[in-house]
Design a binder for this molecule. Structure first.
Ligand SMILES: [Zn+2]
Length: 332
Protein backbone atom coordinates (compact mmCIF):
# COMPACT_ATOMS: atom_id res chain seq x y z
CA UNK A 1 0.00 0.00 0.00
CA UNK A 2 1.31 3.41 -0.89
CA UNK A 3 0.75 5.96 1.82
CA UNK A 4 0.36 9.40 0.30
CA UNK A 5 2.15 11.93 2.47
CA UNK A 6 -0.25 14.70 1.59
CA UNK A 7 -3.57 12.99 2.01
CA UNK A 8 -3.84 10.51 4.86
CA UNK A 9 -6.20 7.68 4.06
CA UNK A 10 -9.57 7.94 5.76
CA UNK A 11 -8.74 4.81 7.73
CA UNK A 12 -5.58 6.45 9.06
CA UNK A 13 -7.50 9.58 10.11
CA UNK A 14 -9.95 7.39 11.90
CA UNK A 15 -7.14 5.62 13.70
CA UNK A 16 -5.73 8.96 14.81
CA UNK A 17 -8.99 10.48 15.93
CA UNK A 18 -10.82 7.57 17.54
CA UNK A 19 -8.63 6.40 20.32
CA UNK A 20 -11.26 4.09 21.78
CA UNK A 21 -10.56 1.27 19.29
CA UNK A 22 -8.98 -1.87 20.72
CA UNK A 23 -5.25 -1.31 20.84
CA UNK A 24 -4.38 -4.53 18.95
CA UNK A 25 -6.51 -3.40 16.02
CA UNK A 26 -4.84 0.00 16.14
CA UNK A 27 -1.38 -1.52 16.15
CA UNK A 28 -2.23 -3.73 13.19
CA UNK A 29 -3.51 -0.79 11.19
CA UNK A 30 -0.46 1.30 12.02
CA UNK A 31 1.72 -1.58 10.97
CA UNK A 32 -0.04 -1.94 7.65
CA UNK A 33 -0.16 1.78 6.97
CA UNK A 34 3.15 2.95 8.31
CA UNK A 35 5.66 0.25 7.68
CA UNK A 36 5.96 0.65 3.97
CA UNK A 37 9.53 0.22 2.80
CA UNK A 38 11.54 3.29 1.83
CA UNK A 39 11.87 1.91 -1.68
CA UNK A 40 8.34 3.09 -2.50
CA UNK A 41 9.50 6.70 -2.36
CA UNK A 42 9.30 7.98 -5.92
CA UNK A 43 12.71 8.62 -7.43
CA UNK A 44 13.45 12.21 -8.35
CA UNK A 45 13.06 12.84 -12.08
CA UNK A 46 16.21 12.37 -14.19
CA UNK A 47 16.38 16.14 -14.61
CA UNK A 48 17.23 16.39 -10.91
CA UNK A 49 20.19 14.02 -11.24
CA UNK A 50 22.64 16.90 -11.14
CA UNK A 51 20.88 18.92 -8.48
CA UNK A 52 23.20 21.02 -6.34
CA UNK A 53 21.89 21.86 -2.90
CA UNK A 54 23.14 23.95 0.02
CA UNK A 55 21.80 22.84 3.41
CA UNK A 56 20.99 25.54 5.97
CA UNK A 57 19.63 25.22 9.52
CA UNK A 58 17.43 27.82 11.22
CA UNK A 59 16.46 28.76 14.77
CA UNK A 60 19.68 27.96 16.59
CA UNK A 61 20.17 27.20 19.41
CA UNK A 62 16.84 25.29 19.73
CA UNK A 63 13.63 24.61 17.87
CA UNK A 64 10.49 22.74 18.90
CA UNK A 65 9.88 20.26 21.69
CA UNK A 66 12.64 17.98 22.94
CA UNK A 67 11.69 14.31 23.35
CA UNK A 68 12.30 12.56 26.67
CA UNK A 69 15.89 11.49 27.18
CA UNK A 70 17.36 13.86 24.60
CA UNK A 71 18.87 17.17 25.67
CA UNK A 72 19.00 20.22 23.46
CA UNK A 73 22.76 19.89 23.28
CA UNK A 74 22.38 16.28 22.13
CA UNK A 75 20.03 17.41 19.35
CA UNK A 76 22.69 19.81 18.09
CA UNK A 77 25.48 17.26 18.47
CA UNK A 78 23.55 14.61 16.57
CA UNK A 79 22.86 17.04 13.76
CA UNK A 80 26.53 18.06 13.65
CA UNK A 81 27.69 14.41 13.55
CA UNK A 82 25.35 13.59 10.65
CA UNK A 83 26.65 16.54 8.66
CA UNK A 84 30.27 15.69 9.41
CA UNK A 85 29.75 12.05 8.41
CA UNK A 86 28.68 13.30 4.99
CA UNK A 87 31.73 15.55 4.75
CA UNK A 88 29.62 18.71 5.03
CA UNK A 89 31.61 21.55 6.56
CA UNK A 90 31.13 25.25 7.13
CA UNK A 91 27.37 24.95 7.13
CA UNK A 92 25.37 28.00 8.25
CA UNK A 93 23.06 28.00 11.25
CA UNK A 94 20.79 31.03 11.53
CA UNK A 95 20.55 32.15 15.14
CA UNK A 96 18.14 33.95 17.46
CA UNK A 97 20.16 35.40 20.36
CA UNK A 98 17.16 35.94 22.61
CA UNK A 99 17.01 32.22 23.30
CA UNK A 100 20.34 32.53 25.11
CA UNK A 101 19.08 35.36 27.28
CA UNK A 102 16.06 33.22 28.17
CA UNK A 103 18.27 30.24 29.02
CA UNK A 104 22.03 30.95 29.24
CA UNK A 105 22.71 27.18 29.07
CA UNK A 106 21.85 27.35 25.38
CA UNK A 107 25.14 29.14 24.84
CA UNK A 108 26.93 25.77 24.96
CA UNK A 109 24.95 24.68 21.90
CA UNK A 110 26.14 27.66 19.89
CA UNK A 111 29.69 27.08 21.13
CA UNK A 112 29.51 23.42 20.08
CA UNK A 113 28.25 24.49 16.65
CA UNK A 114 31.11 26.95 16.17
CA UNK A 115 33.68 24.52 17.61
CA UNK A 116 32.61 21.94 14.99
CA UNK A 117 33.59 24.42 12.28
CA UNK A 118 30.05 25.49 11.41
CA UNK A 119 29.06 29.11 10.95
CA UNK A 120 26.47 31.25 12.67
CA UNK A 121 24.44 33.92 10.93
CA UNK A 122 21.66 36.38 11.69
CA UNK A 123 18.00 35.33 11.95
CA UNK A 124 17.00 38.37 14.09
CA UNK A 125 17.40 38.46 17.86
CA UNK A 126 13.85 37.42 18.71
CA UNK A 127 12.61 35.67 15.57
CA UNK A 128 10.47 38.59 14.46
CA UNK A 129 7.90 38.42 11.69
CA UNK A 130 8.50 41.45 9.45
CA UNK A 131 4.88 41.36 8.32
CA UNK A 132 3.86 42.12 11.92
CA UNK A 133 6.27 44.90 12.92
CA UNK A 134 7.58 48.06 11.29
CA UNK A 135 10.93 48.24 9.52
CA UNK A 136 12.64 50.17 12.34
CA UNK A 137 11.70 47.61 14.98
CA UNK A 138 12.84 44.79 12.69
CA UNK A 139 16.18 46.44 11.99
CA UNK A 140 16.76 47.01 15.71
CA UNK A 141 16.18 43.29 16.22
CA UNK A 142 18.74 42.37 13.57
CA UNK A 143 21.26 44.66 15.26
CA UNK A 144 20.47 43.23 18.69
CA UNK A 145 21.65 39.84 17.44
CA UNK A 146 25.05 41.08 16.32
CA UNK A 147 27.00 41.19 19.59
CA UNK A 148 26.49 37.47 20.28
CA UNK A 149 27.28 36.60 16.66
CA UNK A 150 30.50 38.58 16.87
CA UNK A 151 31.41 36.93 20.18
CA UNK A 152 30.92 33.42 18.81
CA UNK A 153 32.45 33.90 15.36
CA UNK A 154 35.84 32.40 14.64
CA UNK A 155 37.06 35.37 12.63
CA UNK A 156 34.73 38.04 11.25
CA UNK A 157 31.02 37.42 11.88
CA UNK A 158 29.16 36.15 8.81
CA UNK A 159 27.09 38.83 7.12
CA UNK A 160 24.26 36.59 6.05
CA UNK A 161 20.63 37.11 6.96
CA UNK A 162 17.60 34.82 6.86
CA UNK A 163 14.08 36.22 7.30
CA UNK A 164 12.11 34.42 10.05
CA UNK A 165 9.00 32.68 8.68
CA UNK A 166 10.32 33.60 5.20
CA UNK A 167 8.35 36.83 5.67
CA UNK A 168 10.08 39.66 3.86
CA UNK A 169 7.56 42.46 4.45
CA UNK A 170 3.92 42.97 3.60
CA UNK A 171 4.44 46.36 1.94
CA UNK A 172 7.03 47.25 -0.67
CA UNK A 173 8.13 50.26 1.36
CA UNK A 174 8.81 48.17 4.45
CA UNK A 175 10.47 45.47 2.40
CA UNK A 176 12.74 47.92 0.61
CA UNK A 177 13.65 49.78 3.82
CA UNK A 178 14.94 46.56 5.41
CA UNK A 179 16.68 45.43 2.21
CA UNK A 180 18.42 48.78 1.89
CA UNK A 181 19.58 48.59 5.50
CA UNK A 182 20.87 45.04 5.01
CA UNK A 183 22.80 46.04 1.88
CA UNK A 184 24.22 49.15 3.56
CA UNK A 185 25.48 46.94 6.40
CA UNK A 186 27.00 44.40 4.03
CA UNK A 187 24.42 41.72 4.71
CA UNK A 188 23.46 39.27 2.03
CA UNK A 189 20.02 37.69 2.20
CA UNK A 190 20.10 33.89 2.30
CA UNK A 191 16.99 32.91 0.30
CA UNK A 192 15.34 29.50 0.40
CA UNK A 193 14.31 27.47 -2.63
CA UNK A 194 13.55 24.10 -1.03
CA UNK A 195 11.24 24.13 1.97
CA UNK A 196 8.99 21.30 3.11
CA UNK A 197 7.99 22.58 6.57
CA UNK A 198 10.41 20.18 8.21
CA UNK A 199 9.74 21.87 11.58
CA UNK A 200 6.19 20.49 11.65
CA UNK A 201 7.51 16.97 12.43
CA UNK A 202 9.45 17.95 15.57
CA UNK A 203 6.66 18.28 18.15
CA UNK A 204 4.82 15.13 16.95
CA UNK A 205 8.11 13.26 17.26
CA UNK A 206 8.55 14.40 20.87
CA UNK A 207 4.98 13.24 21.65
CA UNK A 208 5.37 9.90 19.89
CA UNK A 209 8.69 9.27 21.63
CA UNK A 210 7.18 9.89 25.04
CA UNK A 211 4.50 7.28 24.22
CA UNK A 212 7.07 5.03 22.55
CA UNK A 213 4.68 4.71 19.60
CA UNK A 214 7.02 3.10 17.11
CA UNK A 215 4.57 2.63 14.22
CA UNK A 216 3.72 6.33 14.45
CA UNK A 217 7.43 7.24 14.48
CA UNK A 218 7.91 5.06 11.39
CA UNK A 219 5.14 7.03 9.68
CA UNK A 220 6.79 10.32 10.71
CA UNK A 221 9.95 9.17 8.95
CA UNK A 222 8.17 8.03 5.81
CA UNK A 223 6.10 11.18 5.48
CA UNK A 224 9.08 13.46 6.19
CA UNK A 225 11.21 11.80 3.50
CA UNK A 226 8.29 11.86 1.09
CA UNK A 227 7.77 15.61 1.62
CA UNK A 228 11.51 16.23 1.24
CA UNK A 229 11.59 14.34 -2.09
CA UNK A 230 8.40 15.96 -3.39
CA UNK A 231 9.41 19.51 -2.63
CA UNK A 232 12.91 19.16 -4.03
CA UNK A 233 11.46 17.74 -7.25
CA UNK A 234 8.97 20.63 -7.41
CA UNK A 235 11.70 23.23 -6.81
CA UNK A 236 13.82 21.72 -9.54
CA UNK A 237 10.99 21.93 -12.08
CA UNK A 238 9.96 25.43 -10.91
CA UNK A 239 13.53 26.75 -11.17
CA UNK A 240 13.84 25.43 -14.73
CA UNK A 241 10.55 27.11 -15.61
CA UNK A 242 11.69 30.44 -14.12
CA UNK A 243 15.30 30.52 -15.22
CA UNK A 244 15.29 28.15 -18.16
CA UNK A 245 18.03 26.10 -16.50
CA UNK A 246 18.70 24.27 -13.24
CA UNK A 247 19.88 26.47 -10.38
CA UNK A 248 21.86 25.80 -7.21
CA UNK A 249 19.24 25.23 -4.55
CA UNK A 250 19.13 26.23 -0.89
CA UNK A 251 17.35 23.94 1.57
CA UNK A 252 15.85 25.15 4.84
CA UNK A 253 15.92 22.83 7.86
CA UNK A 254 15.55 23.61 11.59
CA UNK A 255 17.51 22.55 14.66
CA UNK A 256 14.76 20.27 15.98
CA UNK A 257 14.98 16.81 17.50
CA UNK A 258 13.35 15.05 14.55
CA UNK A 259 15.50 16.93 12.05
CA UNK A 260 18.51 15.64 13.99
CA UNK A 261 17.24 12.06 14.18
CA UNK A 262 16.37 11.78 10.49
CA UNK A 263 19.13 13.88 8.93
CA UNK A 264 21.27 10.84 8.07
CA UNK A 265 18.40 9.26 6.17
CA UNK A 266 17.45 12.53 4.48
CA UNK A 267 20.99 13.13 3.24
CA UNK A 268 21.26 9.52 2.13
CA UNK A 269 17.98 9.74 0.20
CA UNK A 270 19.07 12.97 -1.48
CA UNK A 271 22.50 11.54 -2.31
CA UNK A 272 20.86 8.43 -3.80
CA UNK A 273 18.77 10.75 -5.99
CA UNK A 274 21.94 12.37 -7.32
CA UNK A 275 21.92 15.49 -5.15
CA UNK A 276 25.31 17.02 -4.46
CA UNK A 277 25.56 19.09 -1.28
CA UNK A 278 27.40 22.38 -1.81
CA UNK A 279 28.20 25.30 0.48
CA UNK A 280 25.85 28.23 0.88
CA UNK A 281 28.54 30.50 -0.55
CA UNK A 282 28.70 28.33 -3.67
CA UNK A 283 24.93 28.35 -4.01
CA UNK A 284 24.81 32.14 -3.70
CA UNK A 285 27.29 32.47 -6.56
CA UNK A 286 24.49 31.32 -8.84
CA UNK A 287 23.39 34.47 -10.73
CA UNK A 288 19.77 33.45 -10.09
CA UNK A 289 20.08 34.96 -6.63
CA UNK A 290 20.98 38.39 -7.98
CA UNK A 291 17.35 38.83 -8.93
CA UNK A 292 15.11 40.71 -6.51
CA UNK A 293 11.48 39.57 -6.83
CA UNK A 294 10.31 42.98 -5.50
CA UNK A 295 7.17 41.34 -4.15
CA UNK A 296 5.35 42.28 -0.95
CA UNK A 297 3.13 39.24 -0.60
CA UNK A 298 2.42 39.17 3.13
CA UNK A 299 2.85 35.41 2.88
CA UNK A 300 5.42 32.75 3.68
CA UNK A 301 6.96 32.21 0.24
CA UNK A 302 10.21 30.74 -0.97
CA UNK A 303 12.40 32.61 -3.43
CA UNK A 304 10.98 30.55 -6.31
CA UNK A 305 7.38 31.13 -5.26
CA UNK A 306 8.07 34.87 -5.00
CA UNK A 307 9.64 34.98 -8.45
CA UNK A 308 6.87 32.92 -10.00
CA UNK A 309 4.28 35.29 -8.62
CA UNK A 310 6.24 38.47 -9.44
CA UNK A 311 6.73 37.37 -13.05
CA UNK A 312 3.16 36.03 -13.28
CA UNK A 313 4.45 32.64 -14.40
CA UNK A 314 2.40 29.50 -14.33
CA UNK A 315 4.51 27.31 -12.11
CA UNK A 316 3.81 23.58 -11.96
CA UNK A 317 1.08 22.61 -9.52
CA UNK A 318 2.42 22.27 -5.98
CA UNK A 319 3.56 18.91 -4.73
CA UNK A 320 1.41 16.95 -2.30
CA UNK A 321 0.53 19.11 0.70
CA UNK A 322 2.27 18.54 4.00
CA UNK A 323 0.13 16.15 6.14
CA UNK A 324 -0.46 18.85 8.76
CA UNK A 325 -3.69 17.43 10.11
CA UNK A 326 -2.11 14.07 10.90
CA UNK A 327 1.01 15.72 12.31
CA UNK A 328 -1.15 17.77 14.65
CA UNK A 329 -3.19 14.83 15.89
CA UNK A 330 -0.77 11.91 15.93
CA UNK A 331 0.23 10.66 19.43
CA UNK A 332 -2.17 12.99 21.26
ZN1 LIG B 1 13.14 30.66 12.00
Amino acid sequence: MHLRAGRPPAMLREVMLRRSRPSLCRVMMYTLLFLTPLSWLPPLPPAAAQTELAVTVDDLPTHGEAPPGMTRLEVAERLIRSLQRRGIHGLYGFMNGRQVRADPKHLEILEAWAAAGFRLANHTYSHLNLDSVNAERFIEDIEANESLLTMLARGPAAKLFRYPYLREGNTLEKRDTVRRWLAAHNYRVAPVTVYFEDWAWNDPYARCRSRDDRPAIAWLKESFLQAAADRLAWSDVAARRIFGRPIRHILLLHIGAFDAVILDELLEAYAAAGVRVISLEDALRDPAYAEDPKLASGEELTFLQQLGRARRLRLPPGSAPIPRHVLETVCR
